[in-house]
Design a binder for this molecule. Structure first.
Ligand code: CAO
Length: 436
């Protein structure tokens, strides 16, 4: 038995580097290369491994201490007094470069190149978008966890660290592998970003995501990563439609209360969309990548994004083409109510062939809706504003409705997207055309 000192090895041209984690305590039995502390410099987080195996007798540092080369970290009682410091110094240098995912200058030394090469080789080619390392990002994990992740082919950028300071643990890696196996898809795994301890800048609060957000988040992410979408914008002149709607509203105020239905512009948009889908059925479809075919749906089930306290829900208005505006309005109001009260059943949320996301009641000029797979397109609706429009002789005030159509560019080309939205605008500009 002999007592040895664990010192900070040569970590490059750094001094007074802050300790952000101390992994060891007195009495811990550790192995060679087990991490002792984590250091944080401006560019990197570096774990310092132990050059000895044995029992920790005394820890000389704490979180926040500043250390440099040869600072004393701990005393360790070892059985073998074999000196491995030189070897370990070399390893630390290598690990440091592994952690700093920054472009490195070419040094020409073989040991400098190897770890980066190793990391690159492990990127599974078909899973690249989600598993690709974030350029310049730093992933905090002990050498043994890094080794473990490498063995399983897991990129650290995909793993959410649950340890102190967001450190990635062995369990985090296991959890990711389990979830990927369960879902059968790496693309559903959220990319995690290295988070700082924001509380050093000011007060913070942690708010868990709702159950719906946890479900819809990966779905939206998968849509965003797999569907090359284009968003086509347009403005529909709905001045005449608004005049008609206000007349309806006045009429509605005179019928018995139980028969009254609130008619916003949305039911008209739903109706116009079904007519535009009749003219351009490719937008009412799903892409079957396996067969290379477009599955065109003959039904018009319209998904409507509804804001609820628990997150976004998309109830489905079935056979909207067969319903009148009043019926659509009544059903929309019922679906909205059910969504907000958490009362939607499976049937209420399944089978949409095209979706509409309306933020018109809230505000904003335009936005880019994300396609709700396996649908091929989604219409975003923003707030009507009065704008001066040129009628050939003069500027006149008109009610303009902003529309944003996002579509899957693999199956819908730009000309078709533009034709659809232009036709939809013309229908909303002259709603009588729906009868044609
Ligand atoms: N421009 C201007 N005003 C509009 C409008 C538009 N495009 N769309 C609706 N409005 C008005 C309505 O006329 C109504 O005005 P009044 O209160 O004066 O009658 C007000 O905005 C609120 O409308 P609403 O939201 O209650 O009704 P809706 O028919 O437009 O929408 C429903 C129904 C169920 C979609 C809605 O309740 C809802 O949840 N909206 C939020 C949608 C949402 O969160 N989308 C998220 C998309 S994220 O991808």
């Amino acid at each position: 038995m002999a007592t040895k000192q664990i010192l900070v090895p040569d970590i490059g041209d750094f001094s007074d580097v802050a300790i952000i984690d101390v992994y060891i305590s007195e009495g811990d039995v550790i192995e060679v290369d087990d991490p002792v502390i984590a250091l944080e410099s401006a560019k990197a987080v570096t774990d310092i491994p132990s050059p000895y195996a044995g029992t920790i007798k005394k820890v000389h540092v704490k979180e926040g201490d500043l250390v440099s080369k040869d600072s004393l970290l701990a005393d360790i009682e070892v059985e073998e007094a074999e000196q491995k410091q030189e070897e370990t110094d070399k390893k630390v240098e290598t690990q440091h470069e592994e952690i700093v995912e920054q472009p490195q200058e070419e040094t020409g030394r073989e040991e400098d190149k190897e770890p980066q090469k190793e990391e690159k080789e492990e990127v599974p080619p078909k899973k690249a978008p989600v598993n690709a390392q974030q350029p310049g990002a730093v992933y905090h994990a002990t050498p043994s966890v890094r080794q473990y992740a490498r063995e399983l082919g897991v990129e650290l950028s995909s793993v959410e660290g649950s340890g102190p300071h967001g450190r990635i643990t062995r369990e985090d890696v296991q959890q990711l592998v389990k979830s990927v196996l369960k879902s059968g898809s790496v693309a559903s795994t959220p990319v995690s970003f290295e988070l700082e301890d924001f509380s050093v800048y000011g007060e913070i609060e942690r708010k868990p995501l709702t159950r719906i957000q946890k479900i819809s988040g990966p779905h939206l992410q998968r849509s965003w990563q797999t569907i090359p979408l284009v968003t086509q914008f347009d403005e529909a002149d709905v001045t005449d439609l608004e005049t008609f709607r206000h007349t309806l509203k006045e009429e509605m105020a005179r019928v018995p209360k139980e028969q009254q239905v609130k008619i916003s512009i949305l039911p008209f948009i739903v109706k116009a969309v079904t007519a535009a889908l009749d003219a351009y059925p490719e937008l009412n479809s799903s892409y079957d990548g396996a067969s290379g075919e477009l599955i065109i749906k003959k039904y018009r089930h319209i998904g409507i994004a509804v804001d609820t306290p628990d997150g976004l829900m998309v109830p489905v208005l079935r056979d909207a083409d067969k319903k009148g505006v009043k019926e659509i309005a009544a059903e929309l109001s019922l679906l909205g109510e059910k969504a907000r009260n958490g009362k939607l059943g499976t049937k209420d949320i399944s089978g949409a062939s095209f979706s509409i996301s309306s933020l018109g009641g809230i505000g904003g000029t335009m936005f880019t809706p994300i396609i709700n797979p396996p649908e091929a397109a989604i219409l975003g609706v923003s707030k009507i504003t009065k704008k001066p429009m040129w009628n050939g002789k003069e500027f006149v005030p008109r009610d303009m409705l902003p529309l944003s159509l996002s579509y899957d560019h693999r199956v819908i080309d730009g000309a078709l997207g533009a034709r659809f939205v232009t036709y939809l605008s013309s229908l909303l500009g002259d709603i009588k055309r729906i009868l044609l």
